[in-house]
Design a protein around this ligand. Structure first.
Ligand code: DLL
Length: 433
């Protein structure tokens, strides 16, 4: 069996659109009936559910934004009473109240289906032993991978994140085939192994499925090389079920489970939909969920969509790797900079470690960006001169790519905090004090 769900993963476009039309119309009817927030929003636009007949009409629907979730916390946007909920996840968010992610029993099994497709594409099979090193709890990462691995029927090692040496021991002793965690934690794990003189390439480990934060192709290659595995990717967000929205195949294309979650790209300034191939903000409509299906939810993630003749045979639309979140974008001298652009440059210089921080500060009216990065041991061994040389090299690469001068400091090895979950790459000193 090549796919987990051949019917939907390889559905011809015309058939998929027909299916999406049906599911979208059903969802709009459902929320109009059940969620006063959406009834009011549609009424305010003079829309009735029967006006939305196809995905072509989606552009008429109102957007949903993060503050709508906060304003209606905890269950104001829920379409079902608490007694019909099977579970609730939540994401901590950066400030204030958490974002809630409620599921009905049916939503849970759809999550299992979407995650099973992702794991299957990541070469995971029912006979495999899988280690889940995403946080286990309210965060959707750990339990999302759990439900996927259960749907597949794998042997699960739910280690959760943290206790890195223990993770290595389990992976080796239990002969784990696939590892699931954030790319940042994957780096922390392999770095610890290297410090302990353990070669992860000698483990039975074959594959990883990493996600929950932006990471570059260069970072993926670094993890693949150091762990001796193939690294796949999972994409998702609490508001749309968690991981399982998008997943990469053996060609590293990230396919979206578009029969469940309908994607659009919009221009974040004009809010106009953008055609395939153009970069903008990713917007999702959950067309099969029941507990809290959101219409045109603005993710703030920046990417583009493409229809690709993918060698894997899946016809599901492809999304490019997330460049970053608009929240993490720094505007320096009018230039938009994402941490991922700096990360690519760091990793292309062989003598630097993928451990870095971007510091944003204000000088007068101007924003300033500075990069701190750790280097490989031989750079430190070469003293101040060799450190300055590597810093200059990175500065000039960054200048070539983004066109601005960003001062680089090589900091002592181990000074940048290692993460067991999502990394924090940007320290915005403008927001402090
Ligand atoms: O991070 C869900 C998840 C868990 C996805 C495990 C994949 C693996 P939240 O905590 O709500 O949910 O954060 C969602 O994380 O809007 C993106 O900005 C970012 N993100 C998630 N996956 C990726 C990825 C989970 N593969 C937010 N690449 C999203 C880039 C990602 N960014």
């Amino acid at each position: 069996m090549k796919f987990w769900n051949e019917k939907f993963e390889t559905m011809p476009r015309a058939e998929m659109v027909k299916y999406q039309n049906w599911k979208l119309a059903e969802t709009v009817r459902w929320v109009y009936e059940k969620v006063p927030f959406y009834r009011n929003a549609l009424d305010a636009k003079g829309l009735k559910p029967e006006d939305i007949k196809s995905v072509e009409d989606i552009k008429h629907l109102p957007f949903t934004v993060k503050t709508d979730l906060r304003d209606n916390y905890p269950f104001g946007l829920c379409a079902v009473p608490m007694k019909d909920l099977a579970r609730v996840h939540a994401s901590s968010g950066t400030t204030g109240k958490p974002i809630t992610g409620p599921y009905t029993k049916e939503d849970e099994s759809q999550w299992g289906e979407c995650m099973a497709r992702a794991l299957w594409a990541a070469s995971v099979r029912p006979d495999d032993v899988v280690q889940i090193s995403y946080g286990m709890g309210l965060f959707t990462g750990g339990l999302g991978f759990l439900i996927g691995a259960q749907t597949l029927g794998c042997c699960i090692v739910p280690s959760g994140s943290g206790m890195t040496e223990r993770q290595l021991l389990l992976m080796q002793d239990f002969k784990v085939d696939a590892l699931f965690c954030t790319p940042t934690y994957a780096l922390t794990i392999v770095e610890r192994a290297e410090q302990l003189g353990i070669d992860m390439k000698s483990f039975p480990l074959r594959a990883g499925c990493f996600g929950a934060e932006p990471w570059t192709v260069e970072m993926r290659e670094d993890i693949e090389r150091r762990m001796g595995i193939k690294a796949y990717e999972a994409y998702g967000l609490t508001e749309m079920m968690g991981p399982g929205v998008g997943f990469s195949c053996e060609h590293y294309n990230i396919h979206i489970n578009e029969d469940h979650i309908y994607p659009e790209i919009i221009n974040p300034d004009t809010l106009e939909p953008l055609p395939y191939g153009e970069k903008g903000e990713l917007v999702f409509t959950a067309i099969q969920r029941r507990a809290m299906p959101l219409l045109r939810y603005r993710t703030r993630d920046i990417t583009s969509l493409r229809e690709v003749e993918c060698g894997c045979g899946r016809k599901l639309v492809v999304m490019d790797k997330i460049l970053g979140r608009s929240d993490d974008m720094v505007i320096i001298s009018g230039v938009n900079v994402f941490p991922s652009q700096i990360e690519s440059q760091i990793l292309e210089i062989g003598s630097l470690e993928p451990q870095y921080l971007l510091r944003v500060s204000k000088k007068g009216y101007l924003d300033r960006l500075a990069v701190e990065v750790e280097a490989k041991p031989d750079v430190y061994a070469g003293g101040a001169e060799s450190m300055a040389r590597v810093a200059k090299k990175l500065e000039s690469r960054i200048h070539n790519v983004i066109g601005i001068t960003v001062p680089v400091t090589i900091v002592p090895s181990g000074t940048i905090a290692r993460s067991e979950g999502k990394a924090k790459r940007v320290i915005d000193e403008r927001k402090l004090g």
